[in-house]
Design a protein around this ligand. Structure first.
Ligand SMILES: [Zn+2]
Length: 155
C-alpha cells in the first residue's frame, strides 16, 4: 500500500511534534481556518497550537532539566490544575481545569456537548467550519492569555 506524505512524516517523526498534528491533520492542503479567522491574534494562537509552537509544557518541557537530563514527556505534568495529567495539547484544549469556564462557553456556542472528549478534540483542532475556526481560535487565544496571567499553583 502506497503511503502519502503525511503517513511518511508520522512514521519518520514518531512521537514528536508531528504526532499531535497527525491526530487531526489528514490531508495536504491549505488550511481553511487561515481564511476563516480574520482576527490576527486569534489566528496566530490557533496556528501555534496546531503546529506545537507554544509554551504548553509538553513542548516547553523539552528545555527543562532534572538531574542534568531533559524532563521526560511523562513528567511534563500540568502546573495549572490538580489533575496530574501531562500538559499536552489535548489536556490544554479538553481537560485542563484552568479553562473550564471558557471551554463550557465554547461548547455551548458551537453546540458540541454531545461529543466524546476524543471527538471534541478532533473536531475543534480540525476547524472544518468557519464557526468552529472562529470560535475555537478565540478560545485558544483566551486560554493562552489566561495561562500567561495565572500563577502555576501546583507542583
Ligand atoms: Zn491542567
Amino acid at each position: 500500500m502506497k503511503k502519502n506524505g503525511l503517513d511518511t512524516c508520522y512514521h519518520q517523526w514518531g512521537n514528536g511534534v508531528i504526532c499531535t498534528y497527525g491526530k487531526f491533520k489528514r490531508t495536504l492542503e491549505c488550511e481553511k481556518y487561515l481564511q476563516y479567522v480574520d482576527n490576527t491574534s486569534d489566528r496566530i494562537s490557533l496556528t501555534r497550537l496546531r503546529i506545537s509552537a507554544h509554551s504548553v509544557r509538553i513542548e516547553r518541557g523539552r528545555y527543562e532539566r532534572v538531574d542534568n537530563k531533559v524532563l521526560s514527556a511523562e513528567d511534563r505534568i500540568c502546573k495549572y490544575c490538580n489533575t496530574g495529567e501531562i500538559e499536552d495539547e489535548h489536556h490544554f484544549v479538553i481537560n485542563c481545569k484552568l479553562y473550564d469556564n471558557l471551554r463550557s462557553d465554547l461548547i455551548n456556542r458551537l453546540s458540541l456537548s454531545n461529543l466524546s472528549k476524543a471527538n471534541l478534540f478532533r473536531v475543534l483542532m480540525s476547524c472544518n467550519t468557519k464557526d468552529t475556526a472562529v470560535e475555537f481560535s478565540k478560545y485558544v487565544n483566551e486560554c493562552f492569555k489566561k495561562r500567561t496571567n495565572s500563577t502555576s499553583s501546583f507542583m
